[in-house]
Design a protein around this ligand. Structure first.
Ligand SMILES: O=C(O)C(=O)[C@@H](O)CO
Ligand code: MG
Length: 255
């Protein structure tokens, strides 16, 4: 059975953010992930995590001005200094919270623009150099353009090529089954071929991004495949509950 992590940005929204940790533990989760902790002191987030007896699976580096529509900085022109500072901020939080992984968001830029690709590769190289010695791994995630129009990294093969090009053990793929299905389909074959480069998996139904088992994919078969492939990381439940979080957890009880 995969080890599932509750995504506290999407799940348990019945509670204030800092109360979602205990709610996730009470619902049976052993780990959590979320987009961003930066509105709260790292020590407070760490305290909530520890009191609830949870592990942190990952969180994202600062994305720029999220509310103004920014979705990361790594490939964005003119934001290089801010990106480097954000690596420092994220690493500081990761050390205190105890997160083994950080998601580096690319931002809105044209992947076919050679200058943007060079900027992105340079940013990833910088981030790997800055975090590797601390034992904090990095992941990059292809995201579909329907949910995030204009996002730089919108192709799984391109993402894998980038990971292979940087060629450092601490840079890996975040394989979100929801994005994979929307972008390319062929989920199980992609899991099989990309598994050596995958450090984090996420799941949601397609197309509504609700609970697993409620969309067009056979999620039970995919979870069996993830097990069969020997994946020992977390599968982040990055879905929007169709009703209350609790009412929607029957799929998890089956596992
Ligand atoms: O949107 C997703 O999918 C994610 O995993 C986030 O980290 C980025 O918004
Ligand atoms: Mg995701």
């Amino acid at each position: 059975m995969p080890r599932f992590a509750a995504n506290l940005t999407m799940m348990f929204n019945e509670h204030a953010f800092l109360d979602r940790f205990q709610a996730a533990a009470d619902a049976g989760f052993e780990a959590v992930e979320f987009l961003f902790p930066y509105d709260h002191p790292a020590e407070l987030v760490a305290d909530k995590l520890q009191r609830a007896g949870l592990s942190q699976a990952l969180f994202n580096m600062p994305p720029g001005n999220w509310h103004a529509g920014e979705r990361g900085l790594a490939a964005v022109a003119g934001r290089e200094a801010e990106f480097r500072a954000s690596v420092d901020t994220a690493l500081g939080y990761a050390k205190i919270i105890g997160s083994p992984l950080l998601h580096v968001m690319a931002g809105l830029a044209d992947r076919r623009d050679p200058a943007a690709m060079t900027r992105y590769l340079d940013a990833l190289q910088f981030a790997v150099d800055a975090t590797e010695d601390a034992g904090v791994g990095l992941v990059i995630e292809p995201i579909n353009g329907r949910d995030m129009p204009g996002y730089f990294l919108d192709d799984f093969d391109v993402a894998l090529d980038i990971v292979r090009k940087i060629d450092r053990p601490s840079l890996r793929l975040q394989f979100d089954i929801y994005h994979r299905q929307i972008l390319h389909g062929d989920v199980i074959m992609a899991l099989r071929s990309m598994m050596p480069w995958i450090a984090h998996i996420q799941v949601a139904s397609v197309p509504k991004r609700n609970e697993p088992g409620t969309g067009e994919l056979n999620d039970a078969l995919i979870f069996s495949e993830i097990d069969a492939l020997g994946y020992d990381g977390f599968v982040g439940c990055e879905y929007r509950p169709a009703g209350t979080t609790e009412d929607g957890l029957s799929w998890l009880k089956a596992w």
